[in-house]
Design a protein around this ligand. Sequence first.
Ligand code: ZN
Ligand code: ZN
Length: 593
Amino acid sequence: MSKKYIRVLCAGLAAWLGAVALAAAAPGAASAFDREFGADFLDQYWRLHPDDAIAAGYYAPAGTLRVPDAAERQERVQFLETSLARLHRLPAAALDARGATDRLVLENQLRSELWSIRELRSWEWDPSTYDIAPPIGLLLETPYAPLEDRLRAVSARLERAPDYYAAARAAVVHPTREHTLLAIEQNSGALQLLGAGFDQQVAGAALDPAQKSLLAQRAAAARQAIQGYIDWLRGLDAPPGADAAAGASNWRSFRLGARLYEQKFAFDIASGGSAAALYQRALLEKERLLLRMDVLADELWPKVYPDAARPTDRLEKIGRVIDKLSEQHVAPAELYEDIRRRIPELTRFVQDHDLLTLDLGKPLEVRVTPAYERGVAGAGIDAPGPYNPGATTYFNVDPLDALPPERAESYLREYNRWMMPVFVIHEAIPGHYVQLVHANQSPSRIKSIFPNGAMVEGWAVYGERMMLEAGFGDDTAEQWLIYSKWNLRSVVNTILDYSVHVKGMDEDEALRLLTHEAFQSDEEARDKWRRVTLSSVQLTSYFAGYSAIYDLRERLKASYGPRFSLKRFHERFLSYGSAPVQVIEQMIDKDGL
Ligand code: ZN
Ligand code: ZN
């Protein structure tokens, strides 16, 4: 039901990078598409997806908790089918570029939701689908209205919690063990959210006594329902009287399998190509990168290890050079300043090299991550939701003081002298932040609410290479080697995801691939393994988008010859908003550069 974002390197970004100035839609320019699929349509959509609405900053249905039973799914199916029929009656030829791309993006979204209910059916095998906490957490911590109004919405939601969890237990028929354990963990977090801190917040609110006691009763009943769900899930994990081995055979595999994987890939990536072809391409790309890294490591060896013999194994040699270079990093206390000073530095580089117009308007604000948004150590863009376009975009930097020294050290080694600028390029300039600013200039509700993840991530990954090609980092072997390690991660994400979900790769093989062939730490590799058991296709979006954008650029370069302008290509590419690369390509072929 609700979208779930596992916090990754690009923290928080997944959701609303496409956020745009909705209010700024040009007056009088409403197209046929906007009239049919404008505010009224979206209001209907949000009423059927109230959890997603809250995450998007649209609070009209905030007090609605939908009970996830068969009737609820049927209602969504009906809405999706009706909407698709309306969409198909809209003549595509009459639409302008934005309307036409919006239409394609919305059709893909509606078809994808239908497929998800009918074919993917994660509602019956992923128990972590069911968790009332995330929207309640957002309502409690987002001051969009007085606390009392927000608590009334929470109270209305809690009233239905017992029915909600009863429906969840009826829906889950053949779960995976991995999602069951995740559901136990997440719902234990829900109990905490509704614990003592919640009671205090209620006690301090200006609600009348009757409302307060009603809310307290509902919270108590909700806690009981959550605990009941957790106990039931625990029972699935260790069925009474069954030994562990017998229980294990009842789990559904977390692996998606070829058929569902290709279908999900077609909806989520929307590249027009197959997952199998992208996997083959990633294998070639990995070898190409390792060949390059081999040459760079040879070049650097005498410099970083003047007295040591060079290993004959190329992976060992590359790994040891990376290891040595990683020693050059800032102290924990300098991390924030290190990131902050890079924003103007990168801005100047982009302008001096005429890569892109950077009319950034309100500058990006670098800040220490507020306590309630901190997760695992990390940093990244925190963009406002599509219904909150005036809000500031932040570059959050998690402080490292809460980490044990060896974890902080490993983080800083990863974000060493050459890696950190690549990371800031990815997140900010000319990566995610710049893409967001450009998307804002062609206001599109649909593309901001349903951004294409491969385009968004692909642009950021493309930006890294483009900057290095333009001479950022002075073209040194050190810069290219560390960049290549970073780029290899995107490539290997694709290989890993496909290998695990389609080809049955096991944990040992996966860890070996990540640590031995992609130079990742044991900890990073174990986190990645967990992520690949809980998600599918998302890990391929970085390389899918990057390779498609790179190919498009090279093709246009060849066909335009001396008339090709890199800057014009970038601005043209970004002007259509967060649409699939394939859709943007069609528009560029039609409109020209
Ligand atoms: Zn990213
Ligand atoms: Zn160190």
